[in-house]
Design a protein around this ligand. Structure first.
Ligand code: ADP
Ligand code: MG
Length: 364
């Protein structure tokens, strides 16, 4: 562990679930090969104000993440406790996948890029799952890319490390990638929650729009049900006993997902269908997903596709020489929203009633 004086903050690059992320420069070299302009992303996490020091359990979890080394996981380089805050220092990446989709591929992402991206995502997920680390919040904002087309997953394992802490965010917690078992209140969940998210990201990359863009837990569930059919005991044994499952859920029949994602090839749809299986234990494992015929063309090859190959404006990347806008790590971040992401059964009921009232009004 080092201290804050080893880093010079250049700019703020993000604000997420736990605090602020800065782009910074490491002022010390880690080895003889490291040179100046060694860029890092520093994530400032605000811990509970009432606590003395950083909780040992948090430190232990984070220290474990430091050992999670894989080409498709963003490297955690350093951990700096500075109570009541904790700074995590990661290798810097150029863009996240959301920024990439928003700004760079106006005509859609080329198939080969989607394939490479998905393969790298699945490799990262497979590595973490085989080390018993779950993500629980995989979404395009947590998938990082560099100009060479290397894809790395960010935020892995942090959900568990900071489980008991409040959420400080300007950002609304997105539900679009959340697995149905979580939306239905299952408490004991598995690696399959990440696979669901990977499926949603896959469809979004191919179709250039989010697959299930719900604006509340119930809307999210109903968007999924409308597309894949309302789950019952036949397709998902045990679904009826999940805490927030309601017998009064509207019954949508199963549709072919292929119709929803018309831009995807037959092979791609074949893979997508197996990622978006309702019953968590039947959902494909990352390891098996990598065996899909969809990846045949890239199997065994280390396909990296430089983003620059796609005639994209290089100035969209933040240049290393960007002038510093801030020289110290500021301490002024205040909690803005504390959002509850838990849907209470009463709310669910209420929401269903509201919908039914609306429907009745419309049908009059
Ligand atoms: P949170 O858990 O608060 O969502 P993230 O680690 O996802 O925090 O960071 C928030 C945003 O900051 C990301 O969506 C991304 O845009 C940017 N970011 C995070 N880590 C890096 C990094 N290593 N390199 C470049 N940008 C990053
Ligand atoms: Mg994030």
């Amino acid at each position: 562990m080092s201290n804050l004086s080893n880093y010079k903050v250049l700019s703020k690059i993000g604000e997420g679930t736990y605090g602020v992320v800065y782009k910074a420069e490491s002022l010390t070299s880690e080895g003889p090969d490291e040179i100046a302009h060694d860029l890092v992303a520093m994530k400032k996490i605000r811990l509970s104000d009432h606590q003395e020091g950083v909780p040992v359990t948090t430190l232990r979890e984070v220290a474990l993440l430091k050992q999670l080394c894989h080409p498709n996981i963003v490297r955690l380089r350093d951990i700096i406790p500075s109570s009541p805050k904790l700074y995590l220092v990661f290798d810097f990446m150029d863009l996240d996948l959301k920024q990439c989709m928003d700004s760079r591929f106006c005509d859609g992402m080329p198939d080969e890029y989607i394939k490479s991206c998905m393969e790298q995502i699945l490799r990262g997920v497979d590595f973490c799952h085989s080390n018993d680390v779950l993500h629980r919040d995989l979404k395009p904002q947590n998938v990082l890319i560099d100009r060479e087309g290397r894809v790395k997953l960010a935020d892995f394992g942090l959900a568990r490390a900071f489980h008991s802490n409040k959420i400080y965010t300007h950002e609304v917690v997105t539900l679009w990638y959340r697995a149905p078992e979580l939306l239905l209140g299952q408490e004991k969940y598995t690696a399959a929650v990440d696979i669901w998210s990977v499926g949603c990201i896959f469809a979004e990359l191919a179709c250039r729009k989010p697959l299930f863009p719900g604006d509340s837990e119930i809307d999210e569930l109903f968007k999924i049900f409308k597309c894949l059919g309302t789950p019952d005991e036949a397709v998902w044994p045990g679904v009826g006993s999940l805490p927030w499952y309601q017998d009064q859920f509207p019954r949508w029949s199963t549709k072919e997902i292929g119709a929803e994602v018309a831009m995807m090839s037959e092979e791609a749809v074949g893979l997508l269908q197996r990622l978006l299986v309702y019953e968590p234990c039947q959902r494909l494992k990352a390891e098996d997903a990598l065996e899909s015929p969809y990846f045949d063309a890239v199997r065994g090859k280390d396909v990296l596709l430089s983003l620059d190959d796609y005639k994209l404006a290089a100035d969209n990347f933040s240049p290393a020489s960007e002038p510093p806008t801030q020289s110290t790590v500021s301490d002024d971040i205040q909690p803005v929203h504390v959002r509850s992401t838990t849907l209470q059964p009463e709310q669910l009921q209420l929401d269903i009633e509201n919908r039914q009232t609306k429907k009745r009004k419309v049908s009059k």
